[in-house]
Design a protein around this ligand. Structure first.
Ligand code: URA
Length: 262
């Protein structure tokens, strides 16, 4: 029986990461079969991938450490680290990493939970039904999608959209931290309880977190419903829009105190 596609992709990624990590001159993969490549590696005196030890979790030897993430000079470099990341097992089941997208100097960063099926297919955040609703909500406060930055706590899709596990969040959190430090937004909007609880390090219910401005690493954080929850509960769309009005007022220079809801 053939290997599942995700496993094959993970092996290919591991192979390429190890190949790129090998010292010496460059290796041309174009038109080369697997055996050609292994033969060239052997001829060059490099251990073949099969002979080289893997990191403990089966990841490639080029580990993405917290330090490498914290030192990423720009979003492009950081996205490259996510692409080669194997800090949690989700890299083996995802189709594509979903780093995030938008303006590097965005005034607003929107943070969701984790990629869903459509995001996993495309490598882009919030592109399914929930994403279309998010776009409409942002437009309603005068923020076209292209003007903001959109990302998630997790950069890989959990299988069958299950809740992210604590170790997955711990592995991925430094990426979000660095994204925010590079963008330096004026406001962060946490969409849904998961993003809010992760950013604010709290277990509080969403209802208790809405309606006031919080702080994450010095940045103001506004909490609102997740667009997917709004699709299930259209009655929450109006309260969500009111949360986003707070963001609008903050961008318009109204003090945070005045911007508070209620
Ligand atoms: N839900 C999320 O939290 N993020 C996405 O990117 C898509 C759906």
């Amino acid at each position: 029986m053939s290997r599942p596609a995700a496993e094959t992709r993970a092996l290919a990624r591991t192979f390429l990461a190890q190949t790129l990590g090998a010292e010496g001159d460059s290796l041309l993969l174009e038109h080369a079969t697997r055996d050609d490549v292994l033969a060239r590696l052997a001829a060059a005196g490099r251990p073949s991938p099969a002979a080289r030890p893997l990191a403990p979790d089966g990841a490639a030897g080029l580990e993405v450490t917290d330090a490498r993430i914290a030192e990423a000079a720009d979003l492009r470099t950081l996205a490259q680290l996510v692409a080669e990341c194997s800090r949690c097992p989700l890299h083996g089941t995802r189709k594509n990493p979903v780093f995030g997208e938008g303006a590097a100097d965005a005034r607003v960063v929107c943070v969701g939970e984790a990629p869903g099926a459509r995001e996993d297919e495309t490598g882009r955040p919030f592109v399914g039904r929930a994403g279309r609703l998010l776009d409409q909500l942002l437009s309603s406060i005068g923020l076209p999608r292209a003007s903001v930055y959109i990302c998630n706590v997790l950069k890989s899709r959990p299988p069958r959209n299950r809740d992210p596990l604590p170790q997955e969040v711990a592995a991925c959190a430094p990426y979000l931290e660095r994204q925010l430090a590079l963008i330096q937004p004026e406001v962060i909007v946490a969409f849904g309880a998961f993003a809010a609880r992760t950013l604010l390090e709290t277990k509080s219910a969403l209802g208790r977190l809405r309606g006031r401005v919080h702080r994450y690493a010095g940045y103001p954080v506004v909490v609102t419903y997740h667009p997917a929850a709004l699709l299930r509960n259209p009655g929450w769309i109006r309260p969500s829009w009111e949360d986003l009005q707070v963001v609008r007022r903050m961008l318009d220079g109204v003090g945070e105190g005045e911007a508070r809801v209620g």
